[in-house]
Design a protein around this ligand. Structure first.
Ligand SMILES: Nc1ncnc2c1ncn2[C@@H]1O[C@H](COP(=O)(O)OP(=O)(O)OP(=O)(O)O)[C@@H](O)[C@H]1O
Ligand SMILES: [Mg+2]
Length: 315
């Protein structure tokens, strides 16, 4: 399977600040790629370089076989995009705004109705954009990205600022995209739960660097599993587990702990051993057992500030 998007050492400096630092990412064809990372990590800058809107300081980006630096227009025509600054005309209706883009792209007139229907905006399309809620604008932005059925969709935080209903609607549209359009989707988001439900692949950027990339299911199964423990004395339990040379984290609630195993550890066996060790230390173990890595756990692991980062020990 070819790559829909491939970058090599893509880099962007703003003044002396490196916003994007030698990112080499691969978005396979027909992937639903979740692009994750903290605020300021460099996601938007990377996406804008892919779209030819920001010039890289170094490195290259290839979209659907076309080098963005060599053929910016050609590459851009392969991509439908939803960006933070949507640039709609407030005094035009939703339909008129789409009609403008449609004419620019030179695609069939029927496209406007088709995309409006996909995002369930047929009814509101006759209203001025100035009367639109943020949710409606985002929907229209998604519709515009789909005009002409481009093979690649680049969506920068399509759920940003939406209320829970708006997020649920957007999730519904996004989930339906791969089947409905057959497009490769590259989407940045802070909603790990949403990405966990929809993405086939993820890339995580931190401080301008791509720190993890791959197929989500593989990452989840290959990264070391965790053991979740509920116990009467978490402080003492933490000491016991650290004595086994494991990274231990407090759970969000109820005195739970999470011990990170090492890749290759037999989680069931380890779980039984740790259970015995905790009991031998005089603790009451309420519950203990292995648990697959969640996307949240994976993310926290690679985006922890470097100062107090606890790298996984590889034996
Ligand atoms: N036009 C610009 N001029 C100067 N600095 C910029 C510019 N655009 C982005 N930056 C800086 O580059 C860094 C990366 O920003 P970017 O917007 O790409 O991050 P992001 O991952 O999209 O963050 P967020 O999750 O908040 O959207 C930040 O430090 C930001 O301040
Ligand atoms: Mg951004």
């Amino acid at each position: 399977m070819g790559a829909a998007i491939e970058t090599r050492d893509l880099t962007r400096l703003f003044g002396r600040r490196t916003a994007v630092d030698r990112i080499s990412m691969t978005v396979p064809e027909r992937a639903f790629y979740g692009f994750l990372g903290p605020n300021g990590a460099g996601k938007t800058t990377t996406l804008r370089m892919l779209l030819g809107l920001v010039r890289p300081s170094a490195g290259s980006a290839v979209i659907d076989g076309m080098d963005v630096a060599l053929d910016r227009i050609g590459a851009a025509r392969r991509v439908g995009a939803l960006l933070e600054a949507h640039g709609f005309y407030a005094n035009l209706t939703g339909r008129e705004n789409l009609e403008l883009t449609r004419t620019l792209l030179g695609v069939a007139q029927t496209e406007v109705d088709r995309v409006l229907e996909v995002v369930e905006m047929d009814d509101a399309a006759g209203r001025r954009m100035s009367d639109y809620s943020l949710g409606m604008r985002q929907r229209l932005g998604l519709a515009r990205a789909m005009l002409g059925a481009p093979p690649i969709l680049v969506l920068d935080e399509p759920t940003n600022g939406l209320d829970p209903d708006g997020i649920a609607d957007m999730r519904r549209f996004l989930k339906a995209l791969p089947e409905r359009t057959g497009a490769t989707v590259l989407l940045s988001s802070h909603l790990l739960g949403e990405i966990e439900q929809t993405a086939t692949h993820i890339g995580i950027v931190n401080e301008g660097r791509l720190v993890l990339e791959g197929e989500l299911s593989r990452l989840k199964s290959e990264l070391a599993p965790e053991i979740a423990v509920r116990i009467d004395d978490p402080v003492k339990a933490t000491a016991v587990l650290r004595g086994w040379d494991l990274a231990v984290e407090a759970g969000q609630d109820d005195g739970g702990l999470t011990a990170r195993l090492r890749s290759g550890d037999d989680a069931d066996r380890k779980s039984a051993e740790l259970n015995r060790a905790l009991i031998d230390a005089g603790l009451s173990v309420f519950a203990i057992g292995p648990r697959a890595r969640s996307l949240e756990g994976i993310y926290r692991d690679v985006c922890r500030p470097t100062s107090n980062r606890q790298p996984e020990t590889v034996r």
